[in-house]
Design a protein around this ligand. Sequence first.
Ligand SMILES: Nc1ncnc2c1ncn2[C@@H]1O[C@H](COP(=O)(O)OP(=O)(O)OC[C@H]2O[C@@H]([n+]3cccc(C(=O)O)c3)[C@H](O)[C@@H]2O)[C@@H](O)[C@H]1O
Ligand SMILES: Nc1ncnc2c1ncn2[C@@H]1O[C@H](COP(=O)(O)OP(=O)(O)OP(=O)(O)O)[C@@H](O)[C@H]1O
Ligand SMILES: NC(=O)CC[C@H](N)C(=O)O
Length: 695
Amino acid sequence: MSIRPPKDRALAVTHAFQSPATHGFVRVAAATPVVHIADPKSNADEHIALIRQAADQGVDLIVFPELSLSAYAIDDLHMQAALLEAVETEVGRIAETIKDLKITAVVGAPVRHEGRLYNCAIVIADGWLWGVVPKTYLPNYREYYEKRWFSPASPELAPSGGVPFAGQQAAFGAHLIFSIEDRPEVTFGVEICEDYWAPLPPSTRQALAGAKILLNLSASNVVIGKSDDRAMLSSSQSARALAAYVFTASGWGESTTDLAWDGQATIHELGAKLAEGERFAMDSHLTIADIDVDRIAQERLRTGTFADCARREIKPGDYVDVPIREQGRGAAEGPLRRPLDRFPFVPDDAARLDQDCFEAFNIQVQGLMRRLKSTGSKKIVIGVSGGLDSTQALLVACRAFDRLEMPRTDILAYTMPGFATSEGTKSNAWTLMNSLGVTGAELDIRPAAEQMLKDIGHPFADGQPVHDITFENVQAGLRTDYLFRLANQNNGFVLGTGDLSELALGWATYGVGDHMSHYNVNGGVAKTLIRHLIRWVAEKEHDGGARDVLHAILATEISPELVPAGADGKIQSTEATVGPYALNDFFLFYITRFGLKPSKVAYLAHQAWGDASKGDWPAHHPEADRVEYDLATIKAWLRKFLIRFFQTSQFKRSALPNGPKVVTGGSLSPRGDWRAPSDGNARVWLDELDANVPD
Ligand SMILES: Nc1ncnc2c1ncn2[C@@H]1O[C@H](COP(=O)(O)OP(=O)(O)OC[C@H]2O[C@@H]([n+]3cccc(C(=O)O)c3)[C@H](O)[C@@H]2O)[C@@H](O)[C@H]1O
Ligand SMILES: Nc1ncnc2c1ncn2[C@@H]1O[C@H](COP(=O)(O)OP(=O)(O)OP(=O)(O)O)[C@@H](O)[C@H]1O
Ligand SMILES: NC(=O)CC[C@H](N)C(=O)O
């Protein structure tokens, strides 16, 4: 049911690639106006000024604090007819003044209706009052006395026919779900302060009824520690309701007769904080962020529990949809206004990164310990190349053996030089094995590889410099062959090393190759995180020679070392072939974790990586690696990623060794997070990329 007749014309509005709205973002502002006590005219002036400022910045939806037009802490003045009439007049003036701005404003006001007074939020856009939402839970304990003046929202679900206010008839009730007609994906619900301190906030049911953005108009006096409580409630409500939560509390100017006010303003989305305003400020100001309603929709879609809960809790007719009729929304271009990590698997915040590394390492170690216990194996076998992945797997093995009080000498580590192994990596491998106290050995695979190449009639056996895939895979395959037979011979099992990013790209030799092992501790860890993990373990657990060689390994270019260096001396570079891992991990995260479209992933990657001088970098990220990528480069690598991920490599993931899921971004195990056909194609993703990302 709709309170107003729907428009009878096509609604589709298209925006430019660089417009956040194109990619499902909506710009929201939490307003913190200077408060004038029981002075609606001055308060309306503050509102109009902030609404204009917000509209200038492309804001689509702005929300003010509780009773923002009258002030909150005015006690019995709420009952004064002159004040109530002035509020009504000023709401009308605001509606008229902002009617040509492409913005929806939600203001706080006392509203008389059917002989009662309600503490309300009023939704204003396009010259109309689209809805008046009364507060459900009126605090009447300790410092609060709201029941002395106000009535609560009616517990009946269906709202009344509407409320006459400021010369209009507006929808009335706590069961209104608003949407922006030109952008129907933008839906919001409104609650007022104490509502979200209740065990069952009205916004929970509003979310289940379809609201993706939940607004809270608040007048929450400040005492020590309360800002943390409010932020916790906002964050948890946005996480539990799979929504965005916009909170703004009154600040400077409210009466300090008995209380004080800090003007806290926060915007959360799916549990994460997008923005917070300055507290205890003395000026009127805005806290702005772009909310990703598209991501919220995706998250609700894939978390079936949300729809199951909605089906149990919401009956047809419980809520009324109010489409706000307004055109030309969300045309703002320019940078996205929300935090965006360059490295979705590596937090910028040093403390968070430390915690992530602690957890990742312990997950890997615990996985291996359990497998050692259950198999009764006393030994493991691992190929150590001097590269990142085998180093991390070896560090995990050492920690697991230490915790199980098994001797590290029962870790049988083999370095196996081939045709392209450099002195540098081989010497790093030896230094690593020695300094960690494992049993090291060297096994030259070249004679066996030459024999195999000869047996299959490969031109390399005749001295020709043919370094094709067969040449590469003969070496990778023989290494694996040796490791598996050594495991049999020593009553142990082969520890796998391939990481999540390689699995995404299919960057491993299938079956008889590094793709296979008896247990793989790295399959759940992205390459960009492995770098930080090695650094973290180096600092926490090692010193002297081990720490030095770990830093030397971190400084080595990533290479499979299967093809000898060319005449120019350049080694086989993995990233030159598959693309920078920084970008590939970015693509992987947004495509698998949220199922986003390639054009949106390209847009986000460009926002994150387009300018090296903007935004944060993770702690310890080398200056020399602080690079940037233009849109054309991002598009080209994304195209390759899509082909590799959706078309050519799933068969490798459909047959994976066991190993623990580590990152929230997901794992690629066919028994866990990611199931897909091994004979699919990438057409739909490539078409979407080509159609929607400019060259
Ligand atoms: N959907 C599908 N279902 C079943 N089989 C399928 C298939 N698609 C291809 N195949 C078959 O699979 C074979 C191709 O796969 P595969 O044998 O693995 O070979 P392939 O993927 O072509 O080559 C392995 C790649 O991984 C790189 N590598 C290897 C080792 C270590 C590292 C590293 O740095 O980490 C990198 C190496 O440089 C090379 O580019 C072909 O025989 C093909 O016919
Ligand atoms: N020279 C080598 N000696 C022993 N094992 C090797 C050698 N080269 C490769 N391997 C084994 O094959 C695996 C895959 O090789 P790859 O080069 O991808 O891994 P890496 O060198 O450990 O790490 P990265 O891919 O990050 O450089 C290695 O982790 C290792 O177990
Ligand atoms: N205005 C209100 O509803 C205030 C009550 C709320 N519990 C708070 O302290 O923030």
